[in-house]
Design a protein around this ligand. Structure first.
Ligand code: GDP
Ligand code: MG
Length: 597
């Protein structure tokens, strides 16, 4: 395994630009899979992924390719393309020396093309730019090369042209990978250091750890130590995906593969940790990665009574394969026992929820999603609060901070006005506009994360007739004039309905919210007051009059946005009525705060 003949790389691309298809084409042309298997998209093996056309979990395959009589081991480390999964992209890239930057020749540069290219550049990787889908009539190779030059400064003469579908240009791509990406440069003699870049839970083998060996050699039977976690195990099995699992006896410098070591808990393994030899450990660990950061939280409660333990079991099971979402028990006066869950983003939240319902047969009630707030109290403590119910009363707060993100919108220049309007109404701060061609621009804003999480993506799509794309990076917390808005039904505060709003918008939000709740709550035998309040000050009020006749059904209009979908999904579930005081509140009402945004 001379590292001279190894290349480790990823494919970075915007969603749907053809990463999975190209990966399969590489396997096909190297002889690792047959024409029939090629059609079955080997790398995406989760149902949900295939349906959504995105790769959620990073994976690695070893491709053996012979060029000019010499066989090379090309390790392709797959990365997800969606904005929510930035951290998975960076951790996969850390195991590589290079990346194919793949751009759909009919679509051109998109927001995630730029974002992922920057991640690769930041990681010091050699970029191999390639236009994809050149078999298509609508391909515009020259124009797109110019876009790549204008956004990323890459030499148009070095941009390859391929088709993942037909295989055209792929031999040239193999040659470019071998020529342009440097071989791994570890120390063969040094004590073992292997980087953990991914892990998954397997019912039979326990935790399977994906590694990239940096120095030394890992062998079957070796006693290893996970440096950060300070745990020791014996290597039971090693292997590579080619793309089928092939067992090996050892993995040397630069090689990528998987380790089975009888590890029982996914939480024993930290992605970014270093594996070393237990007897002759390395002096220092490899630089780790960023921890996954949860940015969106919501409460999940079982729709049926007594399913709390089932929900816990389902969450624990899911956590075995996705260590990037968090959950902890939460008690709500209104909804009972449930969990507060944290996600990497809105898409991640949807995926986890769908998997929970699909894999466990549970029907769930979800509260409106929110971000984490940072609060400096009068006593000088710093709190991070991811549940609006837990926000202290205004009198105890010295400074109220919320997370911000820098958002890049890549849109047709005709839509600049619409994007700016969208951001201005969401408290955005304008940063700049960059033209990448006379007709396409990158508009940059800084926005409170709370204003982005529900439906910004859907709004962008409708404002640009589908042509706009966006990407964001988190910036940290900034102080704002924020308040906790409470809802009182028949005089009782309903904890699961509390939200955080900017004071300037509090009255408008409050009025919309109580109006919406009035529609969602059925009439009773008596009059029910619904109030929105900041502290003890009531800022909006509606009254549901006592029952006389049937309430007319509410009409919905407008586009199908993400929040709309959430609401509809809730409706599919069994209608859960919750007694709050002597008033019955339906589960739909708990999401009405989304409608009142
Ligand atoms: P990913 O999201 O980047 O993994 O993209 P996929 O590989 O799933 O491809 C997205 C869509 O583009 C699929 O419908 C593919 O069949 C199609 N596609 C991918 N590569 C090509 C290509 O080279 N030519 C054509 N015509 N279609 C392609
Ligand atoms: Mg894919």
């Amino acid at each position: 395994h001379d590292p001279k003949f190894i290349r480790n790389f990823s494919i970075v691309a915007h969603i749907d630009h053809g990463k999975s298809t190209l990966a399969d084409q590489l396997l096909l042309q190297s002889g690792a899979i047959s024409q029939r298997e090629f059609r079955e998209q080997l790398l995406d093996d989760m149902d949900l992924e295939r349906e959504r056309g995105i790769t959620i979990k990073a994976r690695a395959v070893s491709i053996h390719y012979t060029l000019d009589g010499q066989t090379f081991e090309l390790n392709l480390i797959d990365t997800p393309g969606h904005v929510d999964f930035h951290y998975e992209v960076s951790r996969s890239l850390a195991a590589c020396e290079g990346a194919i930057l793949l751009v759909d020749a009919t679509q051109g540069v998109q927001a995630q093309t730029v974002a992922n290219a920057y991640l690769a550049i930041a990681g010091d990787l050699a970029l191999v730019p390639a236009l994809n889908k050149i078999d298509m009539q609508a391909a515009r190779p020259e124009e797109i090369k110019e876009e790549i030059f204008n956004t990323l400064g890459l030499d148009p003469d070095e941009i390859l042209a391929v088709s993942g579908k037909t295989g055209a240009g792929v031999p040239e791509l193999f040659r470019a990978l071998i020529d342009r990406i440097p071989p791994p440069s570890g120390d063969v003699q040094a004590p073992l250091r292997a980087l953990i870049f991914d892990s998954k839970y397997d019912d039979y083998q326990g935790v399977v750890v994906y590694v990239r060996v940096v120095d030394g050699t890992i062998r079957v039977g070796q006693k290893i130590r996970l440096m950060a976690m300070e745990r020791e195990y014996e290597v039971i099995g090693l292997g590579q995906f080619r793309p089928r699992e092939v067992p090996v006896q050892e993995l040397g410098v630069g090689q990528v593969g998987f380790v089975v070591a009888n590890i029982k808990q996914l939480s024993d393994v930290r992605v970014g940790d270093t594996i070393t030899d237990a007897h002759t450990p390395a002096a220092s660990a490899l630089p780790g990665y960023q921890e996954p950061r949860q940015v969106v939280y919501c409460g999940l409660f079982p729709a049926t009574h007594n399913q709390f333990e089932d929900l816990r079991t389902a969450l624990q099971k899911l956590a075995l394969n996705d260590s990037s979402f968090t959950f902890e028990p939460e008690t709500s006066d209104a909804l009972g026992f449930g969990f507060r869950c944290g996600f990497l983003g809105m898409l991640h939240m949807e995926i986890v929820q769908q998997r929970l319902e699909r894999e466990s047969d549970l029907s769930l009630v979800q509260t409106a999603p929110n971000v984490t707030y940072e609060i400096i109290t009068r006593k000088g403590e710093t709190l991070h609060v991811s549940n609006p119910t837990r926000i202290p009363d205004a009198g105890e707060i010295e400074e109220f901070r919320e997370p911000y993100a820098r958002v890049n919108f890549l849109v047709p220049s005709d839509n600049i006005g619409a994007i700016m309007a969208l951001c201005e109404e969401r408290r955005g701060d304008y940063i700049k506009t960059d033209y990448i061609t006379p007709t396409r621009v990158i508009v940059t804003y800084e926005l409170p994360l709370a204003e982005m999480i529900y439906d910004l993506y859907d709004k962008l799509k409708s404002a640009t007739r589908g042509f706009g794309t966006m990407d964001y990076e988190l910036l940290g917390y900034r102080p704002n004039n924020l308040v906790r808005l409470d809802v009182l039904v028949a005089g009782d505060r309903v904890d699961a309905l509390s939200i955080v709003v900017h004071r300037d918008f509090a009255e408008r939000r409050g009025r919309k919210l109580v109006k919406k709740l009035k529609e969602e709550i059925d009439r009773h035998q008596f009059e029910v007051a619904i109030q929105a309040a900041i502290g003890s000050k009531v800022i909006a009020r509606e009254t549901i009059s006592a029952l006389r006749k049937n309430v007319t059904a509410k009409c919905y209009g407008g586009d199908i946005t993400r929040k709309r979908k959430l609401l509809e999904k809730q409706k599919e579930g069994k209608k859960r009525m919750k007694q709050v005081g002597n008033v019955e509140i339906s589960q739909e009402a708990f999401l009405s705060v989304l409608e009142a945004g």
